[in-house]
Design a protein around this ligand. Sequence first.
Ligand SMILES: *Cc1c(COP(=O)(O)O)cnc(C)c1O
Length: 487
Amino acid sequence: MTTFFCSGILFQKGMIDMSNSLQHLPSVRELLEKDELRKHSTNKNIPLALLKEWIQEAIDEVRSAILKGDKMWEHPSREKISLWIMEQVDDRVHSGSVYSLKPVLNGTGTVLHTNLGRARLSDRALAHVHNTSKQYSTLEYNLEEGKRGSRLSLIESLLIKATGAEAAVAVNNNAAAVYMILRALAQDKEVIVSRGELIEIGGSFRVSSIMEESGAQLVEVGTTNKTHLHDYEQGLSENTGMIMKVHTSNFAIVGFTKDVNSHELRAFRDETCPDVLLYEDLGSGSLFPYSEAGIGREPVVRESLNRGADIVSFSGDKLLGGPQAGIICGKKELIDKLKKHSLARVLRLDKLTLSALEATLFDYVYDPDSRDRIPALRDILKKEETIKERVHLSFEKLQNKKSLTVTVVPAVSKVGGGTMPVEELPTWGLMVKKQGMSVNGVERVLRKMVPPLIVRIMDDGIFIDFRTIDEDEETKVIDHLSRLNNE
Ligand SMILES: *Cc1c(COP(=O)(O)O)cnc(C)c1O
């Protein structure tokens, strides 16, 4: 009884403290009168309206912390609150960009990092984007004839040269490509897929759901680990329109397995059901023979098409190293059907992407040094020894950082983007620990810097993998670590 009474009093006292504290909240107008804040608008080019929003958000944050009874705001003075708010606004002013999409340093070593934008574009691709977007362009204009042209034909000949296909078209991403192919070429028909290939790829992209959306009817054959040619044969019916093969790029089934490759499927199709289409969703679809460089067993697109599928699709920003896009290559009569389909308009690429894709493909076709020019290729193919040398150079510049323990250590990087999941690329990087700060603390501090440095947590330290740090980014990494030392 007594306890109940006491806690009642305490509760009331808390309420009074709270409303007292709330009275100390400054107003946006009051804070804007402070020179320290106002000058951001002029010196740092932060629009006044944005500055006001940031101040308001910081005030709201303090208000809800007070209402939650946060210890930090038990007896706040107006001064303390104002200072804190100004610090928050300062952080945002110095966060490097007024935009939400900010550049970061990728210290994870994962080259096609899905959360960090997958492939980076080459300088040439960026220059082409710049030129064709700053000015008017021939996006849909035929210069020879002085009349309307087609954006679809801009990159087709490069795609044909790069893959050996009869024809090609590109759409927004590979998920869109899969949808379009099923819808335009297999609607109301049965599509046979091996159970071992009914994959889900990040987000909510499932082969089975896309199939349903498209109006094609999924016929599953075989089992998760084994599918034989006779399974496909049993799946055939009068209504079969397509056999679809999906490259299981983001996982590996090991052990007791069997699948039927596209060449075997082609021979089977030609013999038993010549009217059924053969489609292969390659996922990453590489134009560079990574396997010849000892990395993975990814088929190049040309091989898949040659005596394989009638039509294939793959992403533009995975192993290709270009912008987000879905590339479709194959028999001319099929590509023509896709180009004429109303989805072609819905899923069409814009000029920024088309420019970036054209410049990237151009390098594959004509530049023998494309592997050094396209960042994704360059990073995946980077030699362990080269990375180690770069790490040592940075390491030498990090002496006398008293509060840090920095070591040069080997590790493995991943290709990422759901590509070559079991492939381990030997790499080197810096292992960093800071006296008196937890590993998670260090990770957070580096993530809050400008530009943010995203790292891996490994053992009991943070690890910065130099596979994905460019030479011109190394000084930024060193600066960040120096600042971490002084924290
Ligand atoms: C990544 C992937 C997709 C989706 O490609 P996006 O370009 O991300 O839309 C589809 N199928 C496979 C097999 C993939 O690996």
